[in-house]
Design a protein around this ligand. Structure first.
Ligand SMILES: [Zn+2]
Length: 301
């Protein structure tokens, strides 16, 4: 599906020249495997999804270049995931380039490897134009922070859904956001009480076209969980879906991406430091280093 036209290190390196990557020691090692880079080099930030770390991704979408961050700030690497360097966290919180003028921040779920309540409150305090979309479980933790004040509630939209329930929709900052809840990986034995939210975000690219991305948090890959959303998912083509890495281990990965999720392209995120062989020996893109880039294909409205 992907034709490799440029080593990822070239693309990531070019982006890092423009970004705060140099301030994050150890995060700019050249990426030698040819697992990523889409059909055209993503030299312009707009229309690109850029790795932060772990499940964190920045996406710049649409004609107005709406800037989205998914799971950007987190407290815990649980020993197997990349640690969020303090310099990188600081750049995101304070809005230093390339994290300036962020429009929307999404939290998939309130686990420590996807979410930092204290850092997100700091980020909200620094930018009164910022919207935060998060499950109610995350919001409950935000309100417990010492630096929280009730005025920040106007910048937060909370998701309160049951598994399989019809999507919640928001129109914010020029983006149409559809949130849905499906079980967290490990279901039903583990994390069954965790509200795991997937977000599908669409922004017009003009001329009847759209950039549409979807981030699945820690979703369990069993297709039965997506059955309640079949009509919703099949109605609109997604340009890029960001999946937790274990999706790539599925025997029917092609069908999950192409049919169930109805996506043009994918990138795996949340990848452990010790990259599983089914990723490194596979052909589909995945993120392991800050600044890595994949293109977001434009799709019809
Ligand atoms: Zn989790």
């Amino acid at each position: 599906m992907f034709q490799i036209t440029a080593p990822l290190s070239v693309i990531a390196g070019a982006l890092c020249l423009l970004s705060a990557c140099a301030e994050a020691p150890g995060q700019t090692a050249p990426q030698t495997s040819e697992h990523s880079a889409s059909e055209q080099s993503a030299t312009a930030q707009n229309g690109a999804a850029t790795a932060i770390l772990n499940a964190g991704v920045m996406a710049n979408v649409g004609a107005e270049s709406v800037k989205l961050l998914f799971d950007p700030l987190y407290d815990n690497h649980f020993g197997s995931l990349a640690e969020l360097p303090p310099e990188l966290a600081e750049a995101i919180i304070t809005g230093a380039a390339p994290y300036d003028d962020v429009d929307l921040v999404f939290v998939s779920h309130a686990h420590g490897d996807h979410f930092s309540a204290s850092m997100l409150v700091e980020m909200l305090l620094n930018d009164s134009d910022l919207w935060l979309i998060a499950p109610g479980q995350a919001y409950d933790q935000l309100k417990e922070q010492e630096n929280w004040h009730h005025g920040l509630a106007t910048q937060v939209r909370t998701i309160t859904l049951r598994n399989g329930e019809a999507t919640q929709t928001f129109d914010l900052a020029g983006a149409t956001i559809k949130a849905f809840r499906s079980p967290h990986s490990g279901w039903p034995e583990r994390h069954s009480e965790t509200h795991n939210i997937s977000y599908r975000v669409s922004v017009s690219s003009g001329d009847g076209e759209v950039m549409r991305v979807m981030h699945l948090g820690d979703a369990d890959p069993a297709t039965q969980h997506f059955a309640p959303f079949a009509d919703f998912l099949s109605a609109k083509r997604t340009g890029l879906v960001m999946v937790p890495f274990w999706f790539y281990q599925s025997d029917d990965l092609d069908a999950i991406l192409e049919e169930t999720l109805n996506a043009d392209t994918s990138v795996a995120v949340h990848v452990p430091v010790n990259v599983p062989a089914y990723l490194s020996e596979g052909t589909r893109p995945y993120f392991t280093q800050v600044g890595e880039v994949v293109e977001i294909p434009i799709t019809a409205q």
